[in-house]
Design a protein around this ligand. Sequence first.
Ligand SMILES: CC(C)(COP(=O)(O)OP(=O)(O)OC[C@H]1O[C@@H](n2cnc3c(N)ncnc32)[C@H](O)[C@@H]1OP(=O)(O)O)[C@@H](O)C(=O)NCCC(=O)NCCS
Length: 164
Amino acid sequence: MSDILIRPEAPDDDATISHLVSNAFGPGAYARAAFRVREQAPHDPALSFVIDLDGELAASVRLTPIVIGPCEGRLLGPLVVDPPLKSRGYGKALVRHALAEAGALGVRYVLLVGDPPYYGPLGFAPVPPGRVKMPGPCDPRRLLVAELEQGIVASLAGVVAGRP
Ligand SMILES: CC(C)(COP(=O)(O)OP(=O)(O)OC[C@H]1O[C@@H](n2cnc3c(N)ncnc32)[C@H](O)[C@@H]1OP(=O)(O)O)[C@@H](O)C(=O)NCCC(=O)NCCS
């Protein structure tokens, strides 16, 4: 992969990101449990990034502040890549960047709902069964967490809520 520009999301990116997200997830997007959490709290501008190819937005990732019980963290998503630009490593590069920046800011864990084969090699593992619930339908096998503070997963229990 050649050098790419990953930069923080800017307010002007919002319309393009919304377009990419509704194209990728379709009309069912807003029924997803992760979207319900994101309705409760805005995404964190300090931890939301885009890939910018000479002024064209190629990919986006957003992190939203959450709590599980008393334990604060971030929910990752949506992650979306402009379809003609898939499989160039942009998705993985954005996730790695977001995790590194989150760790640098002292975030203790990052949760997401996604495909284990994609996110596993990026540091995500299934949440131990029965301890953490999304506020809507969610296949528990797809509820994944990256520990940025070692051992933090043991203290996660409860329903995921956006932290406004
Ligand atoms: C999923 C998505 C973000 C991946 O972005 P990308 O930039 O194309 O992915 P990367 O280039 O980083 O990685 C590509 C590799 O991941 C694999 N991959 C892509 N989606 C995958 C998935 N859902 N499960 C497992 N592997 C997947 C590809 O087959 C490819 O494998 P290869 O490197 O062996 O060829 C992108 O396809 C997308 O925007 N999809 C629609 C929205 C979406 O589903 N977002 C994720 C929500 S969980």
